[in-house]
Design a protein around this ligand. Structure first.
Ligand code: GLN
Length: 480
């Protein structure tokens, strides 16, 4: 295997066996970026200066969890003095004066940060086509989208342009691109990973999580990034665990629910067959699988597309040209400056979300839309709680299809529909992972989603690890 194909745990083994040095590893990944970045276009910014500085510090960090491991970070996580654009013209030249907590944690753990990855503008989208700068291509087939909004992170992992990456997930943005790119993506329980320094999209839904080549790496990265942070008022104390202790092949007696209402939705037959075949494998090794009944996922989707835009319209009010980011040059007074800055700085989808959100929050419509959506949110959360009284996990497809072709979905509603299986999870605040389960007839990867109760990351990791060993497809890499 090539160095750039190796996982975090394999690279760590090679470093401790003296077979590779962190310098050699960094060079192998930088060469790989050089070779394939023209085709894939995962990165908005490569941060080799930072990487070199981190390498210099290796001797002080060599006992740490990610010492010498090349990691990529989505471009909505603040990096001190390094451009953090959110793939928006609004922040095209913005250099934050501080690091996000997750970036600090990567630093402390000895990681070597290779760059900031492409995304849908302000994380709004499902294909990375909403980046204001360029599109990212799926390493398995360059005519297809990598998914989104963390498409750059997922593509970089799948293409061997980093060992692992961080993404953010508001309605599926870690899991759906992981599924499209044949890698593992985990959205932690809301509050498990600090959001301090993550540029806010919808604050009650946003979570940062790992995108990795296998389940073991996901557990390792969670050990690094999870944990209480006093800088984030929604961060949870006292729940952090050693996630690697769940890396065992044992699902005997684990109760897994299959929601009939999800599988009855119309979606790709090859995806359905692959997910159900994986369910059979889990049964063979002792999982107790039963059909369960849940609220139709389309209610969650409708509620999400009111709540997320409402929060976004409030969060994005700060981009007014006064404090930081873009300021329009074409204005003769302050009101024109506000208007023109926002007109020039935001892309079409971001404007659409701001308008939907402002409308849903406005007097006279608040009760009909925002309040109603919040009530639906409570019902969905109750629905998950009810199932998790009797079940350890819920299993669904991650996305209704494999990676869509680039430029194939011009209707925003069609694009929103690709989030149907992932959005309910954010609405309920529970954790979920997308793990590869097969390939369709065009050799595009398929992912399935394991959903756990609040703080059920361990159980998810255990079932996903078992499945990964049973299916044995995690060493297959995209050819570029
Ligand atoms: N695709 C969804 C959206 O456009 C989710 C995005 C995300 O999780 N950041 O809102």
């Amino acid at each position: 295997m090539n160095i750039y194909d190796l996982t975090i745990h394999e690279l760590k083994e090679k470093i401790s066996a003296g077979e590779l040095t962190p310098g050699e590893i960094k060079k192998a990944f930088a060469d790989r970026i050089n070779d394939v970045e023209d085709k894939v276009k995962s990165y908005i910014t490569v941060t080799y200066e930072l990487a070199e500085a981190q390498l210099k510090d290796y001797e002080n960090k060599k006992e740490k969890m990610l010492a010498g491991i090349p990691i990529a970070v989505k471009d909505n996580m603040s990096t001190d003095g390094i451009k953090t654009s959110c793939a928006s013209k609004m922040l095209e030249n913005y250099k934050p004066p501080y690091n996000a907590t997750v970036v600090e944690k990567l630093n402390e753990a000895g990681a070597v940060i290779l760059g900031k990855t492409n995304m849908d503008e302000f994380a709004m989208g499902s294909s990375t086509e909403n980046s204001a700068f360029f599109v990212t291509h799926n390493p398995w087939n360059l005519n297809h989208a990598p998914g989104g909004s963390s498409g750059g992170s997922a593509a970089a992992v799948a293409a061997g342009e980093c060992a692992a990456a961080l993404g953010s997930d508001t309605g599926g943005s870690i899991r759906q691109p992981a599924s499209y790119c044949g890698v593992v993506g985990l959205k932690p329980t809301y509050g498990m990973v600090s959001r301090y320094g993550l540029v806010a999209f919808a604050s009650s839904l946003d979570q940062i999580g790992p995108i990795t080549k296998d389940v073991e790496d996901s557990a390792i990265l969670m050990n690094v990034i999870a944990g209480h942070d006093p800088q984030d008022s929604t961060s949870i104390a006292g729940k952090k665990e050693d996630y690697t202790k769940y890396l065992k092949e044992d699902v005997s007696g684990m109760k897994i629910g299959i929601p009939e209402e999800y599988f009855n939705l119309e979606f790709d037959e090859e995806v359905k067959a692959s997910v159900l075949a994986a369910v059979e494998k889990l049964k063979e090794v002792g999982a107790e699988v039963e059909t369960v009944h849940m609220t139709d996922a389309s209610y969650a989707l409708a509620a999400y597309y009111v709540i997320a835009p409402a929060e976004a319209s409030s969060n994005l009010a700060r981009y007014d040209g006064v404090r930081y980011g873009l300021r329009s040059e074409h204005a003769s007074d302050v009101n024109e400056m506000f208007t023109n800055t926002r007109h020039e700085g935001f892309g079409e989808e971001v404007k659409r979300r701001i308008m939907i959100g402002t409308y849903a929050l406005s007097s006279g419509y608040y009760d009909a839309y925002y309040l109603k959506a919040q009530k639906v949110r409570t019902l969905i959360k109750d629905d998950f709680d009810r199932i998790f009284n009797d079940f350890d996990l819920i299993l669904t497809p991650t996305a209704p299809s494999t990676a869509i072709e680039l430029e194939s979905k011009s209707d925003p509603l069609e694009m929103y529909h690709t989030d149907i299986f992932t959005v309910p999870v954010n609405i309920a605040g529970v954790p979920a992972m997308s793990v590869p389960c097969g390939f369709d007839s065009s050799e595009m990867p398929i992912g399935l989603q394991l959903i756990g109760p609040h703080f059920g990351e361990g159980k998810i990791i255990q079932a996903a690890y078992t499945l990964e060993k049973l299916l044995n497809i995690n060493e297959k890499r995209a050819e570029l």
